[in-house]
Ligand binder design. Structure first.
Ligand code: SF4
Ligand code: SF4
Length: 179
């Protein structure tokens, strides 16, 4: 018969030898493998004291970006919510007032913007859909919580703080987004 790989094993039902029947060599062999691994360097990362380096395209917690003048980029067009396969995004749009031009870049903005992090599958489609370079996924991890309600992230957690801008250049440099 034609074989496609050389991994095929012919199974035989020959009677077990005495050594095989007492299982001792197999047990010793198994213990040897266990001890061999005991002496090896551990692979465990002691998070959160130790952090593993993430790939530049890692998709973690979202950020709603501001422009160079500190105005929110999001115009509450809803395209991210439509693109989201998990229906994790909800928002309420509002009209920008005359004296709010320094707060919001576009005439319409998201008065409420929420992401349910328990629903989110971090696929990045919201980022792809956004025409305003407003939402990005970052290398930040969504922290663990005890209550489900705490995973509904509002603008207070999503919009980048003015005094602590979130760097997304690694993601842009990876070719994921154009600058
Ligand atoms: S990353 Fe995917 S699942 Fe999460 S909010 Fe964006 S589109 Fe929805
Ligand atoms: S984040 Fe982007 S796609 Fe989503 S509502 Fe704001 S501007 Fe539209």
């Amino acid at each position: 018969m034609l074989t496609l790989t050389n991994r095929k094993k012919v199974v035989s039902d020959k009677p077990m030898t005495l050594m095989e029947k007492i299982y001792l060599p197999a047990i010793v062999g198994g213990m040897f493998i266990t001890f061999k691994h005991l002496l090896r360097r551990g692979q465990t990362v002691k998070y959160p004291e130790q952090l593993r380096p993430f790939a530049p395209v890692y998709r973690g917690m979202h950020v709603l970006k501001r422009d160079e003048q500190g105005r929110e980029n999001c115009t509450a067009c809803g395209l991210c919510a439509v693109a989201c396969p998990a229906e994790a995004i909800t928002m309420i749009a509002a009209e920008r007032k005359k004296d709010e031009k320094h707060l919001y870049r576009e005439e319409k903005y998201a008065a409420v913007y929420e992401i349910n992090m328990l629903r989110c599958i971090f696929c990045g489609l919201c980022e792809e859909a956004c025409p305003k370079e407003a939402i990005f996924l970052t290398d930040r991890i969504v922290p663990t919580e005890f209550g489900r309600g705490e995973f509904i992230y509002g603008k207070d957690q999503l919009v980048e703080p003015l005094d602590n801008r979130i760097d997304i250049s690694k993601r842009q440099d990876s070719g994921k987004r154009t600058k």
